[in-house]
Structures are given as C-alpha cells and as structure tokens.
Design a protein around this ligand. Structure first.
Ligand code: AP5
Ligand code: ZN
Length: 213
C-alpha cells in the first residue's frame, strides 16, 4: 500500500501515520522528522535547513525531491507524511514513481480548522531524544514532563510558537492545498475530519483504508 498524507500543521498526520504504519506494516516516511533528525545531528543537510524550519518556511524542492527519491526507491509500501508540499514536488514524485513503476493507492487528507490547530500545537511537546510526540492536554506523559520511552525532558519544537504556526498554516493554504487538487483528477482522496478524538480519527481512517490492503 502506498499512501500520501496531507493536512495542515498539527492536523494529526504524524499521530495517525504512526498507527497505520504499525497496524498495516508499512513504512512511515515523515519528511519533517527526517529534517529535524538532521538538524539534531548537525549534519550538512541539518545545517542547511535549520533556519528555514525555525521560520516555518519550506525547504527547497530540489533537496526534498532527492531525499524522498532515495527513501522510496526500494520500498513496496509506504506512507509519505509531509511530502509532496508543492506542485513541483508532486510533479517530481510523479516522475520518480513512473521510473520505479509504482503507483499511489490513496491520498489521505486530515482536515482541522485553524483555531483548533493553534490550540493543539501550543500544547504539543516532543522528546528531543526519541522523537515521541505528546500533548499537554490530550496525551500527557505518565511522569510529569519526562518521555515515557526514554525519560528525557520533553520540549516544545522551535517552530511551534503561535506566530510561526500561523505562518506555516498560511504556507499550507497557499502552496500545499493546491497539491491535493492536483491529485483529485487521477487518485482516490480520502477526507477525514481530524478534529475528532485521536481514537475516532484512527477508527475512521482504518475503515477507509481496509479496502486498499
Ligand atoms: P512537519 O513536521 O511535516 O510539520 P507539519 O506538516 O506542520 O506537521 P506537524 O508535524 O506540525 O503536525 P502533524 O499533522 O504531524 O500533527 P501531530 O500528529 O504531531 O514539517 C516541519 C517543517 O519541515 C516544515 O515547516 C518545513 O520547514 C519542513 N518540511 C517538511 N517537509 C517538507 C517538504 N516536503 N518540503 C519543504 N519543507 C518541508 O499532532 C499535533 C498535536 O496534536 C500533538 O500534540 C498530538 O498529540 C495532538 N493531536 C493529534 N491528533 C489529535 C486529535 N485528534 N485530537 C487532539 N489532539 C491531537
Ligand atoms: Zn524519548
């Protein structure tokens, strides 16, 4: 199964993609996670993209296209979470898939209104060590502000401040929303109301995806 996950920042793409990845046994490729890991390691890529990510802007298409091509070339099933984010990236993915003789099965759109997003993201915390995602309102760690997996102090992402979140939302509307229209012509689009509880969203999503197994 090959899936694309779309949705505004904080819609729950990462949260849901992890569940689908576990249950359906398919690889979860989050371009945001890959970039943040590169920043944490201080690699060449990380140094190039740190200031862009902190401002909430998009990393150049050429970098993203190469990175994703490399990741998917040997995979038979995957979820792409956070890519493609521009029409240029979508065209590049199209070319790559043609070369590899692969096809997307479905495009998932998790939709959530802007005010709910700002609320959710302001209470998101992440573990800087293992990447686990928490929420101080809906998904607290068991022990104060320490990661359940590894005991590290959880922190707020640099790009999760309100003014940056609003900027990311604007960029989503301007650059990424049109990409969904690009897919509407030839692909099945599954639209999910992401403002419900995590469990309800998961249930709805699993029901919709069952037919692609
Ligand atoms: P990326 O990491 O992809 O950021 P994003 O798209 O803004 O998405 P988020 O990670 O903020 O949110 P999410 O939808 O995964 O939500 P989550 O599950 O965590 O990208 C970051 C940056 O990298 C970009 O700004 C850009 O600079 C760069 N980048 C990445 N890909 C790129 C590309 N292709 N091209 C160019 N640049 C690129 O949930 C959010 C919070 O809400 C959590 O606390 C969670 O616990 C909680 N939550 C989740 N679901 C629910 C629910 N149903 N109810 C209540 N709370 C919930
Ligand atoms: Zn951890």
């Amino acid at each position: 199964m090959k899936l694309l996950f779309f949705g505004p920042p904080g819609a729950g793409k990462g949260t849901q993609a992890k569940k689908v990845s576990e249950i359906f046994k398919i690889e979860h490729i989050s371009t945001g996670d890959i970039l943040r890991e590169a920043v944490n390691k201080g690699s060449e890529l990380g140094k190039k993209v740190k200031t862009i990510i902190d401002k909430g802007e998009l990393v150049p298409d050429e970098i993203m296209n190469e990175l994703v091509k490399e990741k998917i070339k040997d995979l038979d099933s995957f979820i792409l979470d956070g890519y493609p984010r521009t029409i240029e990236q979508a065209k590049s993915l199209d070319r790559t898939l043609k070369e590899l003789n692969k096809q997307i099965d479905a495009v998932v759109l998790i939709d959530v209104p802007e005010e709910e997003i700002v609320k959710r993201i302001s209470s998101r915390r992440v573990c800087p060590n293992c990447g686990k995602v928490y929420n101080l309102i809906t998904l607290k760690p068991k022990n104060d502000e320490l990661c359940d997996n590894c005991g590290t102090n959880i922190i707020q992402r640099n790009d999760d401040r309100e003014e940056i979140v609003r900027e990311r939302y604007k960029i989503y509307q301007r650059n990424t929303y049109p990409v969904i229209e690009f897919y509407r012509k030839n692909n099945t689009i599954i639209t999910i109301d992401g403002s419900k509880d995590v469990e309800e969203v998961t249930k709805e999503l699993f029901n919709m995806l069952r037919r692609f197994r």
